[in-house]
Design a protein around this ligand. Structure first.
Ligand code: AMP
Ligand code: ZN
Length: 114
């Protein structure tokens, strides 16, 4: 999608600190980390947010969560635990309108979120 920051990162037009990539998704470190480990996982195809997901995205979502679990094991944060968050819309705190999953780890995270 033209003028979408994460589409440009997925296409390699804007650099990122990449953790993992395959044909369907990209994982890269957040530029403004909110925890000792904070990375984002995005589908390469443009999807506005989790609100735009349909049943046909089930395989993609399963793949995203499986990759997150693998990466967390590799990074050594799986045992202590981590949080996966996707913000939707204005009240959800979504600033980039391309579906992304935040993965936060490395400290005890407060609940409920602010
Ligand atoms: P959200 O507010 O849920 O839409 O999350 C967007 C996230 O993207 C924020 O945590 C930003 O710090 C992060 N972000 C914005 N631009 C970049 C970038 N160029 N590289 C990595 N992360 C970014
Ligand atoms: Zn996009």
């Amino acid at each position: 999608m033209d003028d979408c920051l994460f589409c440009k990162i997925a296409a390699g037009q804007i650099p990122s600190n990449k953790l993992y990539e395959d044909d369907q998704l990209l994982a890269f470190y957040d530029i403004d980390p909110q925890a000792p480990t904070h990375f984002l996982v995005i589908p390469k195809q443009h999807i506005d947010s989790a609100a735009a997901l349909t049943e046909s995205d089930a395989a993609l979502l399963g793949h995203i969560y499986a990759v997150i679990a693998d990466l967390c094991r590799q990074l050594g944060v799986a045992e202590n635990g981590y949080r996966v968050v996707t913000n939707v819309g204005a009240d959800g705190g979504q600033s980039v309108k391309h579906l992304h999953f935040h993965v936060l780890a490395g400290r005890s995270l407060a609940w409920p979120p602010g």
